[in-house]
Design a protein around this ligand. Structure first.
Ligand code: HSE
Length: 431
């Protein structure tokens, strides 16, 4: 039987999950695939704290060089996350002709080019199923299942923590802080949960998906990103009254020779399939030329769901080691061209706007006039409450407007004495 030796770097939540899954499934995997996945090292700075799983002391090490330089190691799993030193570890593993499995979305989104080039040069594989959508086999679906298709657009809920928070706020009226604490306690959030909340984690993931679907080059720092930190209970409630829910969506669309890519809170009609995706669940909607519409749904975070994706990568690589002539779908660049990223200024979307405006005659006409001058057309308006000569919420839905026109209009509106607080603007997608 083929034995494939593995070195795990990073014994945190997901790392411990990988050890658990391997322990439970090694015999079944051996029987099913005829390959033995042998965990030779588990490496971390802290090897004394209990992870809720017993590990043979002989394989625990704090010496990462031992893992990277051992000629018997076939696959290195990197699960420490972040850019440094993960990048250096991965590059060294590649240089030493080891295949790599990683869940490191930040690294792949920001430095993927360098890493994939190094892997190609050294003839080794990089697998990263766990980097997007936790347990959902989205990478495999795009590379293999949809290989005969051109994806037209791909969008979804790809951050479990923020979806958990928005769901708790919406379904239970829970406040933001309590929901975040719960998500952290359940092991969904990143070490630095700001990345979940400020949309960067979703941006990393959609950058990876975009590289697989639309363009070899995605300039990460130019991706438009807004997080959920400013989504209030009030807007969740008003959106609900209008027949919408609010989700943090990551969106990438092909449009002629360009593509657009953005992450932001979004109003989605309640009848849209993604609207019923709650809690830590992720869902990714794909539209492609031959396959049409498709929705992948599953647990996007958490120890065992994510670990199962890592183990699936291990088996793929192990299979390739065992059958070196088998077909490889892993070349990230495939036939993906070099399309241009559309500037957010030129993106057109519908909007939900909430003005905090004085409740007095003539206010609406002043707002409508400024919007009209920027070529923005109003779809509906509702005033919430009645407080003469005081500020009330005016909720407005507008038709598709160019981002730069809306920004110009809001800059003027927010300076008017009738507007008492910064206007809330949330994009609307029909799906
Ligand atoms: N922190 C991520 C999330 C988990 O909440 O979705 C893995 O990417």
């Amino acid at each position: 039987m083929k034995i494939v030796n593995i070195g795990l770097i990073g014994f945190g939540t997901i790392g411990a999950g990988v050890v658990k899954v391997l322990k439970k499934k090694t015999t079944t995997l051996q029987k099913k695939r005829g390959i033995k996945l042998q965990l030779k090292y588990v490496c971390d700075q802290d090897i004394s704290t209990s992870r809720g799983i017993s590990v043979d002391k002989k394989i625990l090490t704090t010496d990462v060089e031992k893992v990277l330089n051992d000629p018997n190691i076939d696959i290195v799993i990197e699960l420490i996350g972040g850019i440094h030193p993960a990048k250096e570890f991965i590059l060294k593993a590649i240089k030493n002709k080891k295949h790599v499995v990683t869940a490191n979305k930040a690294l792949l989104a920001e430095h993927g080019g360098e890493i994939f080039d190094a892997a190609a040069k050294n003839n080794v594989e990089i697998y990263f199923e766990a980097s997007v959508g936790g347990a959902i086999p989205i990478i495999k679906s795009l590379r293999e299942g949809l290989v005969a298709n051109q994806v037209q657009n791909i969008f979804g809920i790809i951050n479990g923590t923020s979806n958990y928070i928005l769901s708790q706020m919406s379904l239970k009226g829970c406040d933001f802080k309590t929901a975040l604490r719960e998500a952290q306690d359940r092991g969904y959030a990143e070490k630095d949960p700001r990345l979940d909340i400020n949309g960067m984690d979703s941006a990393h993931k959609i950058a990876i998906l975009t590289k697989l679907c639309f363009s070899k080059k995605v300039d990460f720092k130019n991706i438009y990103v807004e997080g959920i930190d400013e989504v209030g209970l009030q807007d969740i409630k008003y959106a609900d009254d209008l027949g919408y829910c609010i989700k943090l969506l990551a969106i990438a669309k092909k449009s002629g020779d360009e593509f657009e890519i953005r992450v932001h809170p979004t109003l989605l009609p309640k009848k849209h399939l993604l609207s019923s995706v709650n809690g830590v669940f992720n869902a990714i909607f794909i539209n492609s030329d031959f396959a049409g519409d498709m929705l992948l749904y599953g647990q996007g975070a958490g120890q065992l769901p994510t670990a199962s994706a890592v183990v699936s990568d291990l088996l793929e690589i192990a299979n390739k080691i065992d059958n070196p002539n088998s077909i490889s779908f892993s070349n990230m660049d495939r036939e993906v061209p070099l399309r241009k990223m559309r500037s957010i200024d030129n993106v057109e979307t519908r909007y939900y706007l909430r003005f905090s405006a004085l409740d007095e005659p003539g206010v609406l006409s002043k707002i409508a006039q400024i919007l009209g001058k920027q070529n923005i057309s109003i779809y509906s308006v509702i005033q919430k409450g009645r407080r003469q000569a005081q500020a009330v919420s005016i909720v407005m839905m507008i038709h598709e407007a160019k981002e730069k026109n809306l920004r110009r209009a809001l800059a003027q509106l927010d300076k008017l004495p009738i507007i008492k607080r910064k206007t809330i603007a949330i994009r609307v997608e029909r799906g």
